[in-house]
Design a protein around this ligand. Structure first.
Ligand code: UDX
Length: 434
């Protein structure tokens, strides 16, 4: 079978590379020639642990190729996975421009019957729309079947998640097409859920929204712990041991970011509005997350007073560790708030700094190490729990800083340690050490 993957972002690239690794013949197609050149030289345009090695291995084995040529991508294709972006519109709805473009190109360039599989996260009803776009344009005599196959991988552990995911969802109104896609995934040996197309589309939004809800919920319990006395780490451990709840996604912090949760819950809320349904819980999840991102800033204002002219350090800029992605990261909001206060800001992140520099340029100082960033700081914020940052010793932190005041949005250190080192330590859902 010739399998083509359209779009070499996180989802498309990782899916294509992993499918080639289980012996499928994969062509990855993207309109960005520069990206394709980089990929053909064996390098990933995104930072994802283990991806470069897997790309090189499968190019060498002759199972994986990259092209920006639409004809090469689609002629003779038996199966085409669409994995282009669906970025948010200003009103929160999903922008389907790239999906529409992909569907038109597919219809105009396929040369035999094929199955089109949508991996991009798309609102309920979109696969049927894709089917209509293609059906209107495809040459007479060719049949195209549509399958919805949402993706659940996480940035930073995308390869592991693809090989060891919890399930593969295949939504199809045509049993035969669903079976072909299930066979493609068979080597992964993962549970497969077969559904109709609309349910598959909904599974993706429901899953991401539920996970986001878990985070907002534990963040609110954390905020309450700070008021009533209690330690969120202990509370989350005690709650998470209940198997009905589960311990994952109960890490309180400065709110969720990234390219998926914020976008997808807004899109689901928008969809609900369109159908005249008031999705109350979802609106609260969005609201709680917005407020959570501001919490550390207000704690700092309360503890330090005016931040004007103060040397402030931020450790960790990406929305989570092991990625260079800063989309909707808490750091962006904090930097804006601190700049408004005229603070003097130094930042450090193991891989996220070039992306932040593109946005803020010389308004910030960029340190070459966490230690350098801490030098002479009057207050430090921790926003991403990179190992490198978690493994700093508080004794070191204290030595570098002018005033050892730490605002830790990821609860990287124990209260006992902070107390022992005489550090003023504010974290999430735990008592302040002052
Ligand atoms: C998420 C989903 O997990 C994945 O299934 C989907 O395909 C895409 O969206 P991702 O955005 O890569 O993946 O990251 P994830 O690990 O889920 O974290 C998202 C955000 O939630 C991060 O900002 C993270 O710091 C935050 N988070 C996560 C918490 O604050 N607490 C937690 O307990 C878990």
């Amino acid at each position: 079978m010739k399998i083509t993957i359209t779009g070499t972002g996180y989802v498309g690239l990782v899916t294509g590379v992993c499918l080639s690794d289980v012996d499928h013949q994969i062509t990855c197609y993207d309109i960005d020639q520069e990206k394709i050149n980089l990929l053909n030289s064996g390098k990933s345009p995104i930072y994802e642990p283990g991806l470069d090695e897997l790309i090189q291995k499968n190019i060498s084995a002759g199972r994986l190729s990259f092209t920006a040529d639409v004809k090469e991508a689609y002629s003779d294709a038996d199966c085409i996975f669409i994995a282009v972006g669906t970025p948010p519109n200003e009103d929160g709805s999903a922008n389907l421009t790239y999906i529409e473009k992909a569907a038109i190109e597919i219809a105009e360039h396929i040369t035999k019957d094929c199955i089109v599989v949508t991996k991009s996260t798309v609102p309920v009803g979109t696969n049927e729309y894709i089917g209509r776009i293609i059906a209107e344009r495809v040459p007479a005599g060719l049949t195209v079947k549509i399958v919805s196959n949402p993706e659940f991988l996480r940035e930073g552990s995308a390869i592991h998640d693809t090989f060891h995911g919890d399930r593969i969802v295949i939504g199809s109104n045509d049993q035969e097409a669903g079976k072909v896609i299930a066979d493609i995934y068979a080597p992964f040996k993962l549970p497969i859920v077969h559904t109709d197309i609309r349910s598959a589309e909904m599974i993706k939004y429901a899953s991401n929204s539920f996970l986001a809800l878990k985070i907002s919920f534990i963040n609110e319990i954390a905020n309450l712990c700070e008021k009533v006395g209690g330690n969120i780490e202990h509370v989350a451990a005690g709650v998470g041991l209940d198997k009905r709840i589960g311990s994952k996604f109960l890490q309180a912090g400065i709110g969720f970011g990234g390219s998926c949760f914020p976008k997808d819950i807004n899109a689901l809320n928008h969809l609900a509005n369109e159908y005249d349904y008031d999705f109350k819980i979802l609106k609260s999840v969005i609201d709680v997350n917005r407020l959570q991102k501001e919490r550390l800033f207000y704690k700092a204002k309360e503890a330090v007073g005016s931040l004007a002219g103060k040397k402030i350090t931020i450790l960790g800029l990406t929305f989570k560790p092991n990625t260079d992605d800063i989309r909707d990261a808490a750091s962006l909001k904090l930097i804006q708030d601190l700049l408004m206060e005229d603070a003097v800001i130094t930042v450090y992140d193991p891989v996220g700094m070039p992306n932040v520099e593109k946005l803020f340029g010389n308004k910030l100082q960029y340190a070459e190490s966490a230690e350098k960033a801490l030098e002479d700081a009057e207050a430090t914020f921790i926003l991403t729990e990179w190992d490198e940052i978690k493994n700093l010793s508080l004794e070191q932190v204290k030595r570098y800083m002018t005033k050892p005041i730490l605002f830790d949005g990821r609860n990287c250190f124990t209260l006992e340690d902070a107390e022992k080192q005489g550090i003023q330590y504010y974290s999430i859902g735990r008592k302040a050490i002052v």
